[in-house]
Design a protein around this ligand. Sequence first.
Ligand code: NAI
Length: 334
Amino acid sequence: MQIAVFSARPYDRRFLDEANQRDASRGGFAFVYFDVALDVHTAALAQDCAAVCVFVNDRLDGPVLHALHAVGVRAVLLRCAGFNNVDLAVAKALDLFVARVPAYSPEAVAEHALALVMTLNRQTHRAYNRVREGNFMLDGLLGRTLHGRTVGIIGTGKIGLATARIFKGMGCIVLGHDPYPSAAFGGIGDRVGLDELLARADIVSLHCPLTPETHHLINDASLARMKPGAMLVNTSRGGLVDTHAVIRALKARRLGHLAIDVYEQESALFFQDLSGEIIDDEAFQRLMTFPNVMVTGHQGFFTVEALQEISAITLGNLQDFAAGRVCANAVGTG
Ligand code: NAI
């Protein structure tokens, strides 16, 4: 069976090929790798493939799903947890198999959230450059001791829990908000309403999925409810945050720090080398001008362990599809 892998970076090839070779006894699959993202123009590349394997910024809206179906594709394998980029109603109408990787090293993303907080708080990125230039002045590098500070976790699922455990271990007071709370959070922190979390937290970290309900969860009104000088961290999905509202809060000196690994318009930027290009996204360029903003290009998941898990689970999902079995990781249509 041939599978078209879109948005395939060298590390995707490496880990998918390794997983495929490990499972060769079960027949193995023929992966055809494409660097380009899946959209209505590239869907035809999946000709002769029974399945497509995609990532966060591939488009799987109605027209793309119809185009894939027309060339014979019957399965969509997401190499990620979120599935906000798939039109599930159309997938269901076309009887497409859709499966995701619901969990892979939640600690990888949680640890990246911590890395962002620590970097921005202690300015280690600036210290690194300063010391290399022979400047050993400390002015501008003043941080806050995190021990004893309050961290608010919005979405206390797998990644939110892992993040909460880390901050609890650092001696922080942990608050959590989740309309569908897990019992596991009870032993780590206090469950509170969203308004109370925003009002009390020194650091607000987003770990809920992007849904119509959570779109622009962070907007002018919610930013106004946050503590002056607080830090906002988003390692979940860009659409949770209204970028223009955040820029207004930064300009007003109300939002103290912003750390993001995801960005609402990231599909035009992330996972590409644009260092020689002019970037037209004015909001992104404005964010880059703030010294108290740190952006990474959706690398929260990017550890060896997580990539191995993603590949192994994707292979398992593919085997379920090939065998016509019920798949535990099927989304919406399964
Ligand atoms: P999960 O499904 O285990 O947890 C999500 C939690 O959010 C659930 O407990 C759910 O009840 C809660 N939630 C739903 N609506 C909410 C709302 N309105 N307010 C507060 N909480 C709400 O998912 P997991 O594995 O923890 O992943 C969370 C998100 O992280 C994913 O949806 C994905 O967007 C993002 N992610 C980012 C990665 C990166 O590389 N930066 C990698 C993997 C996931």
